[in-house]
Ligand binder design. Structure first.
Ligand code: ACO
Length: 428
């Protein structure tokens, strides 16, 4: 009868250890018993960038990178993108089940009625330099919200937590739109409760002098699909930051500002902006072979390709490709799409990319759609942060309710100098 254990032999001592296996993992702490002498600290595992370490158990998002599978709470992303809407998916991610009609109506009401911000927040955003990057404003404003809700640090009260969660999901589109309008020198537009979550966001972004803003239904839906695709993605850099900062039991606004900062980098949520710059630099389809060659030479990366977890086509990229066509029927074709399609075709047939299992990720096509919708590249990371808010908050709540979690505090392997005595500056 096979046993669910791992037998480890320490060749330094000849001793054998039997370590339990759970869900194809071993607990790193079980290695600590492996010692050469009794006063040894014990063995640790070394895993820079957590490439093979599960930092938590989670019931939110299932991702199989080898097969290109993504599910929220068990539901395939393809079905949610086709049949659901962002607010319903947000409910699912947070509470674990799809809402009944009544639950959904009350959820939508609560989110819709928390979209307005304190007027001081407007002054706060107003104080940024005229050309400030909207993501910098977004991160700082999310952090600043903690100062408006003195009860927010009371994170152990589930009702109090829920109010902060509703506020954050409701207000991030408002913060995002105000940041954009500030960077354009445009007056801020207040939320319109008659509109959907994404319809209202478009309203706050683009309304000018018309009495009532009417979002184009195809663009409103496309944005909703993009929001669904970005709602959660298990333990990525931003989410790991949310859990890590949240593990100190700080309020959710401060933790989420850190998560959003993680998202801002070009290797994470900033990649779609980098994709657009890359496509523009390529300029036309004829220049693609030279560009691919420079990637193969190691001179640059093909932005929007590759993923730490997906070693197959990112399922979100397939859905986005379809959404792109729907958007272009309204906006006209973005010429960068032809470069992107050709780039993908060539890359997928090149040994360099095949051997390394590099496929398009979610960012490869999203920027092209956003641009066609009139959303500038500086807004791309912000457009990622809005829907990811629910993922961060769901993961944060899960972490708080997990009795195995403690304040995040990795170990290190010290490789610096041994003890040495201080030498006076005159003698160095
Ligand atoms: N273009 C060219 N080569 C690449 C690329 C790329 N986009 N991505 C990885 N490689 C190569 C690496 O050079 C390396 O080759 P080597 O083995 O010859 O040294 C190999 O593939 C493995 O790459 P790593 O960097 O070790 O893979 P890692 O898992 O650390 O990186 C990452 C993942 C950061 C996403 C990387 O693929 C990348 O930089 N992609 C471009 C940026 C991007 O699109 N980021 C968005 C990710 S999706 C998201 O965050 C929502």
């Amino acid at each position: 009868m096979p046993k669910d254990t791992l037998t480890v032999k320490d060749n330094r001592t000849g001793k054998e250890y039997e370590i339990p296996i759970w869900e194809n993992t071993i607990k790193a702490l079980d290695l600590r018993q492996i010692k050469v002498t009794d006063d040894d600290f014990g063995m640790m595992s070394y895993d820079p960038a957590f490439t093979n370490t599960a930092s938590t158990k989670s019931a939110i998002t299932y991702l199989d990178g080898e097969r290109g599978v993504l599910r929220y709470r068990g539901y395939p992303i393809e079905q949610l993108a086709e049949k659901s809407d962002y607010l319903e998916v947000a409910y699912l991610i947070l509470f674990g089940e799809l809402p009944t009609k009544e639950q959904f109506e009350s959820w939508r009401y609560d989110i819709t009625h928390h979209t307005i911000m304190h007027e001081n927040i407007k002054d706060f955003i107003h104080a940024f330099r005229y050309d400030a990057h909207p993501m910098g404003m977004f991160i700082s404003t999310v952090a600043a919200l903690s100062t408006f809700y003195p009860e927010a640090p009371n994170i152990h009260d589930p009702n109090n937590r829920l109010i902060q969660i509703q506020r954050l999901i409701a207000k991030v589109p408002t913060i995002a739109a105000f940041s954009y309008r500030h960077s354009r020198g445009l007056p801020y537009m207040y939320p319109d409760n008659d509109l959907s979550y994404t319809g209202n966001f478009l309203n706050m972004m683009f309304k000018m002098t018309e009495l009532k803003y009417e979002p184009n239904p195809a663009l409103e839906r496309a944005l909703d699909v993009l929001f669904i695709l970005h709602a959660d993605h298990e333990q990525n850099c931003g989410t790991n930051a949310m859990r890590s900062i949240g593990s100190s039991h700080v309020d959710p606004y401060s933790a989420m500002a850190g998560a959003a900062a993680g998202l801002y980098g070009p290797l994470h949520g900033g990649a779609n902006e980098a994709v657009l710059r890359m496509l523009r630099a390529i300029g036309s389809v004829e220049n693609i072979p030279d560009f691919i060659q420079s990637v193969k030479n190691g001179d640059r990366r093909l932005m929007g390709f590759g993923h730490r977890v997906y070693k197959n086509y990112d399922p979100r990229a397939s859905i986005i490709k379809k959404t792109a066509e729907e958007v272009f029927e309204v906006t006209g074709r973005n010429p960068l799409l032809d470069i992107a399609l050709e780039l993908e075709k060539i890359a997928l047939n090149e040994d360099y990319f095949i051997e390394r299992k590099l496929y398009p990720n979610v960012d490869f096509y999203s920027g092209i759609i956003y641009e066609a919708m009139g959303l500038p590249a500086t807004m791309f990371p912000v457009l990622f942060a809005i829907p990811r808010t629910v993922g961060w908050l769901a993961q944060w709540q899960e972490m708080l309710g997990d009795s195995e979690q403690k304040i995040a505090r990795p170990r290190q392997v010290y490789i610096g100098p041994e003890k040495r005595d201080y030498v006076a500056i005159t003698k160095r």
